[in-house]
Design a binder for this molecule. Structure first.
Ligand SMILES: Nc1ncnc2c1ncn2[C@@H]1O[C@H](COP(=O)(O)OP(=O)(O)OP(=O)(O)O)[C@@H](O)[C@H]1O
Ligand SMILES: [Mg+2]
Length: 388
């Protein structure tokens, strides 16, 4: 059995770590062997759980383990030969040693290597639930979305070329004074690509794996979450719930009146932009969410008696496919009857109205020059075609 895997992501400071820890505690309390790991280099899982957490799985409660993955350790495990070779190459070119070291890690690489721990836990077979507290952006998940490119690259570089390189190595050393990568370097790169392909497959397994977007009801935060949502759907990753954290309760009083009004608008936008994906909410508590008791309060508010580990929604709400001369967007609108459809595109925002339901979708920048050209409704889904 593959473990149920939930990845929490969202902008900085919105409550990812708190929500991840609260979910893990609930799953463990419900009898499931649970691990919560953070791949964010700025770890706060230990603070949140109020207990020591190591770089390997550390038991922190009944059926509950936590792990703060150390990017540096993962980097050494997966990338030391490449770093050695590339670093030497840069230094030979006159780059100073410290800068050279920085350059040997691809952007987003730190978190990527950390995220490979997820593969280990999925393969391991000892967990019912794996929860990941990701770094602030969905960047890394985006990096994992190109298995076809990776596959192509693997064949190119490790097909014929590998033998060619082996033959060229002594010549390169003698005549050009450059060192071609050795077998260890190739080995690491090849393993990385294989891992990326495997990770992509793990993340696209919609029966077991889903992503939950955490946000606060603030304009910029919601807008970014909507963009991430579109990208994730685009790559075939399932978002089974979104979390709106830090909602001002009714009783905050007049001083926060204007804030509450903004939050109310943003909550409406969230409901319309992510529907039919369930929206979980938690109030702005009167104190920090730290330690087991507060985490359990947060968990109770979010899940309200429901199973925190369940797949809360199981279809891709949006699918976008690009082809030679246009794009097609498929939107689930399960509650709409065949009726009046109106579309409005303002910049990258697409506002769809069907039978009084309004949905706002933030499109990827690649669609900027496109206009919606037709729309049709079938099988509870709206299909919109775009052309230039
Ligand atoms: N609903 C809430 N009410 C009050 N305080 C909260 C709430 N949710 C989170 N907090 C507090 O807000 C702070 C940030 O939360 P948290 O660390 O979970 O966010 P994060 O998204 O993981 O941040 P980062 O991007 O820095 O990793 C913490 O001090 C936490 O205790
Ligand atoms: Mg955090």
């Amino acid at each position: 059995m593959k473990p149920r895997t939930i990845l929490y992501t969202g902008k900085g400071g919105v409550g990812k770590t708190s929500v991840a820890a609260a979910t893990a505690r609930r799953c463990a309390a419900a009898g499931q062997r649970t691990i919560v790991l953070s791949t964010d280099p700025a770890h706060s899982l230990a603070d949140s759980l109020e207990t020591a957490v190591g770089s390997e799985p550390t038991q922190v409660g009944d059926r509950l383990w936590a792990q703060q993955v150390q990017a540096q350790e993962e980097l050494e495990r997966h990338w030391s030969a490449v770093q050695g070779w590339l670093g030497g190459l840069f230094v030979d070119q006159g780059v100073d040693r410290i800068a050279a070291e920085e350059l040997t890690v691809p952007p987003g690489g730190d978190e990527l290597f950390s995220l490979l721990q997820l593969k280990r836990h999925v393969d391991d077979g000892s967990w019912d639930v794996v929860i990941v507290d990701c770094a602030p952006t969905g960047e890394t998940l985006r990096l994992l979305s190109f298995p076809d490119v990776a596959r192509w690259w693997l064949e190119k570089v490790f097909g014929r070329e590998r033998q060619l390189l082996a033959a060229a190595r002594p010549i390169a050393r003698t005549f050009f004074d450059v060192t071609l990568p050795d077998e260890r370097v190739f080995g690491e790169v090849q393993r990385l690509v294989e891992n990326l392909i495997a990770m992509n497959e793990i993340l696209r397994d919609r029966e077991a794996v889903s992503i939950r977007l955490v946000m606060s009801p603030d304009r910029m935060v919601v807008a970014e979450a909507m963009r991430t949502f579109t990208y994730l759907s685009l790559y075939g990753y399932l978002t089974d719930a979104v979390v709106v954290n830090r909602v001002f309760p009714e009783e905050v009083g007049g001083y926060f009146g204007a804030w509450r009004e903004v939050q109310r608008e943003q909550l409406e936008l969230v409901e319309s932009g992510f529907a039919p994906v369930p929206v979980l909410r938690a109030p702005y508590f009167e104190q920090e969410v730290v330690g087991p008791a507060m985490l359990d309060r947060l968990g109770a508010a979010l899940f309200d008696g429901a199973d925190a580990g369940a797949v809360l929604y199981d279809t891709l709400a949006q699918e976008l496919s690009l082809d030679g001369d246009g794009a097609r967007l498929r939107l689930e609108l399960p509650f709409a009857e065949k009726g009046d459809i109106s579309l409005k595109k303002i910049g990258l925002e697409l506002v769809v109205r069907v039978d009084g339901q309004k949905r706002t979708i933030i499109l990827p920048p690649a669609l900027a020059p496109y206009r919606p050209s037709s729309a049709s409704f079938s099988d509870g889904a709206l299909l919109v075609s775009f052309s230039e």
